[in-house]
Design a protein around this ligand. Structure first.
Ligand SMILES: Cc1ncc(COP(=O)(O)O)c(C=O)c1O
Length: 361
């Protein structure tokens, strides 16, 4: 039976005109809908109290475990409004599975996949007007688990809260797709063997902030991390996976080593590219191999991918030792074709041959 969520309506939802203003190109993740979902887990009792509530601040004990030891996991996915007004999710079962896997790594309780999906549907039933309809816009969904038990001892929390927030987002690239420059992290790694790199958890992002700041100081929009063991192989960006398109049309992407986040977009792109006849190889890629390939023109295109931007072309690869332009420094053909293919599926402009879209109203 589908899980039901008790609904308490927001008595003061944003008036239509305010909502329209708030939804008009907000900076990413700064505007939230009228409601949120919560559910509570308690050791011995399990999950209870599944509910939709008015969006509001949280009340947390100052010793809540999440605040001190980062016992937290999250997900990121989007609801898309198609031209006929209907709402759809892209591969949400994959996010549900990754959410459960991340939870296991952080010793948090797993939220059953059917409850994960039902929580999104429950929120969309009350906040559907917040799903924008303009091209390339969407409602970003942020499922989160936090350890709420008040305890300064280092151990898994005996009380945990599930939260689902929703935030309307405008087109990632306004006025056309713009390539990004990436800085190779110097002396910092995002994740090590046996650590939490494969989990979507706050600590990984905390570790990426200083290198990200250094990327910005060096004129780059994103940071590229190398593996922690040998400081040699490219892994991923702070919040995106990475692909290289070779001049012969074949494609390389780092294999999943356990320290890389298994991106839903990454997995989908591999399928889309193979479907389009490209050879896609998942393997270790040395930074030196990439550098030499870009300098010699053998790497024709480089792109990053993730839920937020879908596909972002990379125009420059920068470190203290080199500053290289990839291809012509413009978005490449394969990059743009894969971006279009994926967004066409997400927005219902192309047939969903692989059964990736889930209708939610
Ligand atoms: C570290 C990291 N890698 C990769 C990705 C891309 O994952 P997805 O395609 O599932 O959004 C993300 C974004 O969520 C991320 O935070």
């Amino acid at each position: 039976m589908t899980r039901s969520f008790a609904v308490t309506r927001n008595p003061t939802p944003a008036p239509d005109a305010d909502r329209a203003r708030l939804m008009d190109s907000p900076p990413f993740g700064t505007v939230f809908t009228d409601h949120m979902v919560k559910a509570t887990w308690t050791l011995g009792r399990g999950w209870s109290d599944h509910r939709v509530e008015p969006f509001s601040d949280l009340t947390l004990h100052p010793a809540a475990l999440v605040l001190h030891y980062g016992q937290q996991v999250f997900e990121g996915l989007k609801a898309y409004r198609w031209a006929d007004g209907s709402l759809h999710l892209f591969r949400p079962e994959t996010n549900a599975a990754r959410f459960a896997k991340s939870a296991r790594r952080l010793a948090l309780p797993e939220l059953p996949a059917e409850d994960f999906l039902a929580s999104i549907e429950a929120l969309l039933r009350v906040d559907a007007p917040w799903v924008p309809g303009a091209p390339e816009t969407s409602l970003y969904l942020r499922p989160t688990l936090i350890g709420t038990e008040a305890c300064l001892g280092v151990r898994p929390a005996a009380t945990v809260e599930y939260l689902l927030l929703a935030s309307p987002v405008g087109a990632y690239f306004v006025g056309g797709v713009k390539p990004v420059s990436i800085w190779v992290a110097q002396g910092f790694h995002r994740a090590g063997a046996g650590g939490t790199g494969q989990a979507k958890t706050a600590g990984n992002y905390a570790a990426s902030m200083l290198p990200q700041q250094q990327a910005q100081d060096n004129g780059c929009g994103q940071v590229l991390f190398l593996d922690a063991r040998e400081d040699k192989y490219i892994e991923e960006l702070g919040g995106m996976n990475v692909f290289a398109v070779l001049s012969d049309g074949s494609i390389l992407t780092p294999r999943l080593t356990g320290t890389i986040l298994e991106g839903v977009t990454r997995d989908s792109i591999i399928e889309v590219l193979r479907d389009a006849g490209h050879e896609v190889v998942e393997r270790d890629i040395e930074l030196e191999e990439l550098r030499a390939g870009v300098s010699r023109g053998e790497v024709a295109e480089l792109f990053a991918c993730g839920t937020a931007a879908v596909v972002t072309p990379v125009a420059r690869l920068v470190s203290p030792d080199f500053d290289l332009t990839v291809g012509e420094g413009e978005p490449g053909k394969v990059t743009m074709a894969v971006r279009e293919r994926l967004t066409d599926i997400q927005y219902g402009r192309a047939a969903d041959a692989l059964g990736w879209m889930r209708s939610v109203g």
